[in-house]
Design a protein around this ligand. Structure first.
Ligand code: CP
Ligand code: NVA
Length: 334
């Protein structure tokens, strides 16, 4: 069998997802507090990780390069003007060639089918670094952030012990939301989504999110509304993202109009009846229209620890996928 890929949080079981988050937490502690174990700092020795990015990136690029470096490997950044990706040769050709020379591909693309096609033809693991549909590395970092911010609930055995928390997503139904919602369903966290008419979750994506409940004893529930206050009621965490994702720049005016009234402010949180100790999260990059400074730069805001946690999610993820790849070669040679 071929290598395993990470296209979406839908690709991992609830137990695997919980262990990715726990491993990220453990590696964060190890690197910060003591001499990190040799296995961690040499895990990618002599390995090259190809980072193929057809869109801009601050966090995903820096966290992945830093994570691979920390683990003793070589991150090779290939921007959209550097290689032929999707422009001058087929994805098939690019995938076969790059995977013959490297140990892992990390790809940021537009259409999800681009990263899925890279994975389909690759002999090494492919990690989705953001597509139009999913952002799994963000979701691992987000759950690490939630796990740290709600320590009273860290006792869960199989999952993360987060059952009963409620997330309210106020804004656009996009890539970041879809994987976050899949993670919530798997971890027993309820998620309420408020988006304007015409900007809700597409039916096929809703089906995928709801199917994440299969085999989970107390799955989180997905609720949808057009009324931000309704989503916010009793929420522990308010989350949003840009209203204009990369590739949607031409819709800027239309979107700014459609999302009027969706800005997260203290007043909206109060009116909606968020829990008293509510926290705020945002994957970044952030624009003031979706969240006011009074929230974004407040003590409630987890955005900077959340961004740093991208590093620990990447340390954990590259390590475990490449490890599995090595194991699959070992299995094949037996
Ligand atoms: N959150 C995130 O993926 O940020 P970048 O687009 O800067 O990588
Ligand atoms: N939804 C945003 C996320 C960026 C990390 C985008 O796709 O541009």
């Amino acid at each position: 069998s071929g290598p395993r890929h990470l296209m979406s949080i839908a690709d991992v079981s609830p137990a695997e997802f919980a262990s990715l988050v726990r491993n990220a937490a453990a590696r964060k502690t190890a690197v910060k507090s003591t001499q990190p174990p040799l296995s961690l700092t040499t895990g990618l020795a002599n390995k090259t990780v190809a980072m193929m990015f057809s869109k801009r990136s601050t966090r995903t690029r820096v966290s992945t390069e830093a994570a691979v470096t920390l683990m003793g490997g070589n991150p090779m950044f290939l921007g959209k003007d550097d290689i032929q990706l999707g422009v001058n040769e087929s994805l098939y050709d690019t995938s076969v060639v790059i995977s013959s020379m490297t140990s892992c591909m990390v790809a940021r693309v537009g259409p999800h089918s681009d990263v899925a096609n890279l994975a389909k033809h690759s002999s090494v693991p492919v990690i989705n670094a953001l597509s139009d549909d999913f952002h799994p590395l963000q979701t691992i970092a987000d759950f690490l952030t939630i796990h740290e911010a709600f320590p009273a609930s860290q006792s869960g055995k199989l999952g993360l012990g987060l059952e009963g928390l409620k997330v309210a997503w106020i804004g656009d139904s996009n890539n970041v939301l879809f994987d976050l919602a899949i993670g919530c369903v798997k971890m027993g966290v309820d998620i309420s989504v408020a988006s304007p008419n015409g900007y809700g979750i597409p039916q096929s994506m809703k089906d995928l999110i709801n199917s994440a409940a299969q085999g989970v004893s107390s799955p989180g529930k997905l609720l949808e509304t057009n009324v931000p206050e309704e989503a916010i009621k009793n929420a522990d965490i308010l989350v949003t993202d840009t209203w204009i994702s990369m590739g949607q720049e031409s819709e800027k005016k239309k979107r700014l109009d459609a999302f009027a009234g969706y800005q997260i402010t203290n007043e909206l949180a109060k009116r909606g009846g968020a829990k008293e100790g509510w926290k705020f999260m945002h994957c970044l990059p952030r624009h003031p229209e979706e969240v006011a400074d009074e929230v974004f730069y407040s003590p409630r805001s987890l955005v900077f620890p959340e961004a740093e946690n991208r590093l620990w999610a990447a340390v954990c993820e590259s390590m475990s996928l490449i490890h599995r790849y090595m194991m699959s070669i070992a299995d094949a040679t037996l």
